[in-house]
Design a protein around this ligand. Structure first.
Ligand SMILES: [Zn+2]
Length: 377
């Protein structure tokens, strides 16, 4: 995998780059749609390709539970199983274990948990996480880390930082010792932890740096900490992480979060918001949030977003989409998801073009001041 910076903004830390994997050429800053269980909910690969998605995310925990990494490996990789020929990043499984599964015991050896589906017992170690991701064939593999809740005290976070560094070495060694299962490179991203504690963030970044070959992630944010503290941490990371490698801010976020984070030098994002909120009838538009179920859209025969070129906005009215949500028609979920993903993709493209054009700072500040009145944007 290779990363090259095409253009660096002069007034902010924003940069435009190209990340090349075996499967695709990813233009950064990039938003990665979430394909939790081997599908971006309601959206097929043909539409994803039309949306110009170059990379999507898969969840190791879910794919391990169902249908299992062995089955996906038999299908020839996650790419061929879901018929997605561009890049895939998989998380380590850790985040879901800590947030979704019933956690039984965590020690330096690993994490014992019970499946959220049937209560069956499982034990994840760094090696197990690497082995699963190796079988999935993801282009980018995330290191197995410990992500404590956002309000954790310093002592708890310090232990998580220590454990994350210990596990990092084990992840790295495992991949060095075991031959690749596919004829493409799988690149391992370390995940910096440390919550909002400056000294712990610094320590985590420094301890993990030598394991980063082409990319580092900022983890442990957007998990319940203060928003300002989150951006302070991202800014601190901008000064610490290698400039010549892509920076991936995990699980963030709202459109305004993405714009602020790009100003602070972040290159890669993932978040459930555009897809999950679409299925709840919440649409991101150039005019702010539109809640399509709202009664005021009952006889609104206008488009959802006049500035949007997506299939939904070009062909359907607010009244029709509201009707689909009202009768719980699956098509409504799909049309809303197409719109929200288009909005996110267009936002990233706008950032890339203004970075190259030299007017990113004024455009981004204008966007942020325009959107402050819209809660949720
Ligand atoms: Zn649209």
């Amino acid at each position: 995998m290779q990363f090259s910076i095409v253009h660096s903004d002069k007034r902010t830390s924003a940069r435009r780059g190209i990340l090349k994997t075996h499967h695709s050429e990813i233009h950064t800053p990039v938003f990665m749609p979430i394909g939790t269980q081997g599908a971006v909910k309601t959206i097929d690969p043909e539409v994803l390709t039309k949306l110009d998605a170059q990379i999507i995310l898969g969840n190791t925990y879910h794919l391990y539970i169902r249908p299992s990494h062995e089955l996906i490996h038999k299908a020839g990789s996650l790419h061929s199983f879901m018929n997605w020929d561009k890049s895939i990043l998989t998380d380590s499984g850790g985040f879901q274990i800590f947030s979704l599964a019933r956690l039984n015991k965590i020690s330096d050896e690993g994490v014992e948990f019970q499946s959220h589906l049937d209560g069956s017992r499982h034990f994840f170690t760094p090696e197990v996480s690497m082995n699963i991701q190796r079988h999935l064939g993801s282009d980018i593999i995330m290191a197995f880390d410990e992500c404590p809740p956002g309000q954790s005290n310093e002592k708890t976070v310090e232990k998580a930082v220590e454990r994350t560094s210990l596990w990092m070495g084990q992840c790295y060694e495992y991949l060095e010792k075991n031959d690749p299962l596919f004829d493409w490179q799988q690149t391992l991203f370390p995940i910096v932890q440390g919550s909002v504690y400056e000294s712990l963030r610094k320590r985590s970044a420094e301890e993990l740096m030598s394991f980063a070959k082409c990319g580092m992630a900022i983890g442990g944010l957007a998990v319940g900490e203060e928003k300002n503290a989150m951006f302070d941490t991202v800014e601190q990371m901008d000064g610490l992480l290698p400039k010549d490698q892509p920076r991936y801010l995990m699980g963030v976020g709202r459109p305004t979060d993405l714009v602020i984070s790009v100003q602070l030098g972040v290159d890669m994002f993932d978040c459930v918001l555009p897809t999950r909120n679409a299925r709840n009838g919440q649409l991101f538009t150039s005019q702010g949030i539109v809640n399509i179920g709202n009664n005021r859209h009952r006889e609104s025969f206008e488009t959802i977003d006049p500035d949007c070129a997506c299939y939904t906005c070009q062909n359907f009215t607010r009244a029709y989409l509201r009707h689909l949500f009202n009768i719980k028609e699956v098509l409504g979920l799909r049309l809303a998801t197409i719109h929200n993903l288009t909005y996110y993709m267009a936002l990233m493209e706008k950032m890339r073009s203004t970075i190259t054009g030299g007017d990113f700072e004024s455009w981004s500040n204008g966007f942020l001041s325009q959107m402050t009145e819209h809660k949720g944007m």
